[in-house]
Design a protein around this ligand. Structure first.
Ligand code: GDP
Ligand code: MG
Length: 619
């Protein structure tokens, strides 16, 4: 909303402009007034809409035309004042004032006008009949009002209408010529409806309407009011109410009614609550709430955000097969201005037999977006109405910014849930097969993925001592000379060679020695394509000797050329090493490490059992 409002009063001399302003301020009719009142500013807390409001007078006797034009261009709303007992002053509204103002304002951003008939105390009849045709002719006229400075009639109303015309303009919402809501407004309200339709059945039931009312207006809706609203819709539309709830059609009708009855501030309140600005675009402040991410920290979703995303998934998984069909996915993205996920997402996360993103895959993709591009995650959550539905301050409250990784390493423990693994290897060494294998796809299945839908990322979960962690695999393009800082920073490095290609190990050795030998990042060597006959690697050491020398775990064999889904063991190992990097770097034999890790698991299990027994006893 605007930060202040500037109201200008114009009109013929002696119609009562100055008197209106002075009456508003002093609450009594002044016997004598100057030609022109000083500009006054009404502080925010005494105005109905709580914005500072400047009121500016005009006097032909004291001001030049140039000064008038300047004031017109500065004004947010202009009151054209006439005197109800003075025909000529009414005529001048159309013959002089409206053209004069319109010449000075942009056709697309016409300043709203208010017709003010003053001195209503002097006549018996109303001037409305004369004024209504003018109102119909000029759509920039927001409203008209008759008042009397002398009798203090409608004075504060006049300024309230003026304020409202600026703060809650009808222009963007409604087309007076067609007598219907504009398409942008319909679009925005449709999104509001879809977000508020928590079970996605196309109807706002009593629970959803009550929630909607509370989020938009901060007041509960009396049961009777709820019925009244539905009855109004029922009376006017055949399919506005269905199963005792409001349909989209009914919802849109209700807002058209609000606007037509001059209660468009209601519609604005709804739109603003759902993040829209005066142009009916989602506000940047709404989509991108401030969030500070210090270096060496990563971003994850918190429990609340996962619950919200789960509810979004559930409401769109209509057939309850725990996967989103292309139609279900399109329906989910209906509240977005664009489709955010391309088909490459299907090869980044787990899908079902039909290739549809599963519940697990859906959460993984959100985790990926949060980790790699948190701004985009905030934006997407904004489209879904996270802050509204989850009743949070902003999308930023969905994000956990983890502590500095250096601190984690120092304290030898981490609260993080997402770990990043960079996969190195020459072209054809089996990196993509490895990534896809993590998603449960064997070689046969992988061949069905189209080239243009391939992904350099794969993300899914792996259990580490009973805790679910996300492992994000990132395939690094084998360009030895240009490894950027981001390509090198990860939680674990995976070096892949092809057992059937004698030239493939040398690259791994080179990458390790140049970049990771002296780093704190744990490394794992993977002997891919282990289903093929092994050939001797052209290097002065065997891979096993290399691992021993550099205190790495021995090469892990891997194949995705399996009948069923490839084994997940290696990914659990990788995740474990990523979660507990210090263990790897302790001067331990590799076999000892795994022993230790499993001892840790047993300790946990025993402890868990002991606690369970203690609980049983206390019953
Ligand atoms: P301006 O030139 O438009 O600023 O008009 P003024 O405020 O100077 O008022 C012109 C004259 O109309 C003054 O004598 C006022 O006292 C008188 N006047 C202003 N408002 C009213 C009103 O509501 N009723 C009556 N009866 N007289 C008014
Ligand atoms: Mg005056």
């Amino acid at each position: 909303m605007r930060k202040d409002v500037r109201i200008l009063l114009v009109g013929e001399p002696k119609v009562g402009k100055t008197s209106l302003i002075m009456t508003l301020v002093s609450e009594e009719f002044p016997a004598v007034v100057p030609y022109r009142a000083e500009e006054i500013t009404i502080p925010a807390d005494v105005t109905p809409e709580r914005v500072p409001t400047h009121i500016v007078d005009y006097s032909e006797a004291e001001q030049t035309d140039e000064q008038l034009y300047q004031e017109i261009s500065k004004a947010n709303v202009i009151c054209i004042v006439y005197s109800v007992n003075n025909k000529k002053s009414i005529e001048k509204v159309t013959s002089h004032w409206i053209p004069l103002i319109n010449e000075r304002t942009d056709k697309d951003s016409r300043v709203p006008l208010i017709l003010v008939g003053n001195k209503s105390d002097l006549v018996e009849h109303s001037s409305m009949e004369t004024v209504l045709p003018i109102m119909n002719k000029y759509t920039e006229i927001e409203t008209c009002v008759e008042c009397s400075a002398k009798n203090l009639k409608n004075i504060s109303e006049l300024f309230y209408y003026a304020q409202k015309a600026v703060l809650h303009p009808t222009g963007p919402l409604y087309c007076p010529e067609k007598k219907e809501m504009r398409s942008a407004c319909v679009r925005a309200l449709t999104r509001v409806f879809k977000v508020s339709d928590l079970d996605n059945d196309g109807i706002l039931n009593d629970y959803e309407l009550t929630f909607f009312q509370r989020t938009c207006f901060n007041t509960p809706l009396a049961p009777q009011a709820l019925e009244d609203v539905k009855n109004v819709v029922r009376k006017n539309l055949t399919d506005g109410v269905c199963d005792n709830g409001l349909t989209l059609k009914g919802f849109l009708f209700l807002h058209t009614l609000f606007i037509q009855r001059g209660r468009h501030e209601t519609t604005w309140a709804v739109l603003r609550r759902f993040g829209y600005d005066d142009d009916l675009e989602l506000h940047q402040d709404y989509l991108f709430p401030p969030l500070k991410i210090p270096p060496d920290c990563t971003t994850e979703l918190n429990h609340n955000a996962y619950l919200f995303l789960q509810s979004v998934f559930d409401k769109h998984d209509k057939d309850r097969d725990c996967a989103l069909s292309p139609e279900e996915l399109m329906d989910l993205f209906d509240v977005f201005p664009f489709v955010p996920w391309g088909l490459d997402v299907n090869s980044t996360v787990c899908t079902n037999d039909q290739g549809w993103i599963t519940y697990q895959g859906y959460l993984s993709q959100w985790t990926l977006t949060t980790y790699l591009d948190v701004q985009r995650c905030l934006e997407y959550l904004g489209y879904l109405g996270y802050s509204i539905i989850a009743e949070q301050e902003s999308q930023a409250s969905a994000i956990i910014v983890t502590r500095d990784k250096k601190l984690d390493l120092q304290k030898k423990q981490t609260q993080r849930n997402v770990f990043r693994c960079h996969v190195f290897g020459i072209t054809g060494s089996g990196k993509t097969g490895f990534l896809q294998g993590f998603l449960g796809r064997n070689l046969v299945r992988q061949r069905t993925i189209k080239e243009e839908h391939k992904s350099y990322y794969a993300i899914s979960t792996a259990h580490v001592y009973g805790q679910e962690k996300y492992l994000l695999l990132h395939e690094i393009f084998p360009d030895f000379d240009f490894l950027s800082e981001t390509e090198l920073s990860c939680d674990i490095v995976c070096l892949i060679y092809d057992v059937s290609n004698p030239c493939s190990f040398e690259y791994c050795a080179r990458i390790f020695k140049q970049y990771f030998m002296d780093s704190k990042t744990p490394c794992m060597l993977v002997a891919a394509k282990s289903d093929l006959p092994e050939t001797k690697q052209q290097y002065r050491m065997t891979p096993l000797e290399f691992c021993r020398k550099h205190k790495m775990p021995p090469p892990q064999t891997y194949t995705c050329n399996t009948a069923a889904a490839p084994s997940k063991d290696i990914f659990i190992k990788l995740t474990t090493m990523a979660v507990y990097p210090h263990i790897t770097h302790a001067d331990l034999k590799s076999s000892m490490f795994w022993l230790r890790a499993s001892v840790g698991a047993t300790v946990c299990a025993v402890l868990g059992f002991a606690m369970y027994r203690a609980l049983l006893k206390s019953r």
